[in-house]
Design a binder for this molecule. Structure first.
Ligand code: ADP
Ligand code: MG
Length: 362
């Protein structure tokens, strides 16, 4: 049996002159949890709707289990869906709601009852079958919607911001619940979110969407630590972007310059481009009282702003020569740690591994 369950080949969707989805391709493996992450309007929902069969495809192909499903109506696609506003039927009980997709597929009687009960167990609502949706909390309703989506054991589960309407605490609880279900069922899931933390926590891989295109598709740690494009670096987490010029190579190091600052990068791939953009995460920059020696990957600066977050402190540091402004985030692991105040002279520096060259677009 092939490991690939879903394949999108150069998928496009146009609304008049708007390219909602602009040439998207990827493969999904059985059991994988893929998040589509991107800002509002970047084409996530349109992609999901094309896979589900709720929106027609302008160009390209969708293969499920090796077969093209472009021409299949939604109910013949063997795909379960959970949407933010995909409400339960208010006039049906929880059990009747969950049994609905089974009925649609001609499964009834004992077989249906047993599957519904199993689904209720899985979402931890075993005794809620005879209640009506209005008698449940928001989180419980969303669990029933989940049960309804997977009760017919679809090849693929699609979820479009399913936790968007829930408050922060409940959302975090449900994230864990969905991950648990994913593991227990061995289900293959595509999960749409605009929340970078949610995508980082839940996914095996993340596809970062921007203006109808995928800028990077990779595991969370790779998307965070090795962003390919400026958009990915800025959308997933926070970053400092430095414009620099290539100066020379030294063994496995490449040396760049930005005004007075010399930046050394340890990189497998030589860049050797005149102008580059470099990305450094705020938490990878260290901040110290003035160091005596001058060195690479270090700026002398002045603290221009201090913002207190409890667990972390955010410093804005301006280089002495005025050419750079860095955001630095420092964990506060002990109250004995040295902190800095506005106006302090400091040095900010980082490790050669922590600077990433990035490109402007995909
Ligand atoms: P996302 O889910 O990432 O927020 P969408 O897939 O909903 O983005 O939308 C992508 C783009 O397509 C947006 O510019 C949106 O305005 C446009 N769009 C979506 N649906 C329609 C439609 N039915 N008619 C016209 N434009 C649409
Ligand atoms: Mg959407």
């Amino acid at each position: 049996m092939s490991k690939t369950i879903l394949e999108l080949r150069n998928l496009n969707k146009s609304y008049g002159i708007v390219k909602a989805v602009d040439g998207i391709s990827f493969s999904l493996e059985r059991g994988e949890f893929l998040s589509l992450l991107g800002p509002s309007g970047s084409g996530k929902t349109t992609t999901l709707h094309m896979i589900a069969g709720l929106t027609s495809v302008s160009d390209g192909e969708i293969l499920l289990g090796g077969k093209s499903i472009n021409a299949l109506p939604p109910y013949k696609r063997d795909i379960g869906v959970v949407f933010q506003n995909y409400a339960l039927f208010p006039h049906l009980t929880v059990s009747q709601n969950i049994a609905f997709p089974l009925e649609m597929r001609g499964i009834s009687g004992k077989e249906a009852t047993s599957r519904v009960n199993q689904a209720l167990q899985l979402v931890d609502l075993p005794s809620f079958g005879s209640r009506y949706p209005r008698e449940l909390s928001g989180g419980q309703q969303q669990r029933v919607a989940l049960a309804r989506a997977f009760v017919f054991e679809p090849k693929l589960l699609l979820m479009d911001e399913p936790l968007g309407a829930l408050d922060k605490k409940l959302r975090e609880y449900m994230q864990v619940e969905i991950k648990r279900l994913h593991q227990r069922l061995g289900a293959t899931i595509i999960y749409v979110t605009h929340d970078q933390d949610e995508a980082l926590v839940m996914s095996d891989r993340i596809a970062v969407f921007n203006a109808g295109k995928i800028e990077q598709i990779a595991p969370p740690s790779e998307v965070y630590n090795r962003p390919k494009t400026r958009f990915v670096a800025e959308f997933v987490g926070e970053t400092n972007i430095i414009s620099a010029k290539f100066e020379r190579a030294e063994g496995s190091f490449q040396i760049f310059r930005s005004e007075a600052l010399e930046i050394r990068i340890q990189g497998a791939e030589p860049i050797y481009k005149n102008e580059v953009k470099l990305s450094i995460r705020p938490e990878r920059i260290r901040i110290e009282p003035i160091l005596s020696q001058s060195a690479s990957n270090k700026i002398s600066g002045i603290v221009s702003e201090v913002i207190y977050f409890g667990r972390t402190i955010r410093y804005l540091v301006d280089s002495i020569d005025g050419s750079l402004k860095l955001t630095i985030v420092k964990q506060v692991s002990s109250l004995t740690e040295k902190t800095f105040s506005k106006g302090d002279r400091v040095d900010a520096f980082w490790h050669e591994f922590d600077v990433m060259p990035i490109v402007e677009g995909p």
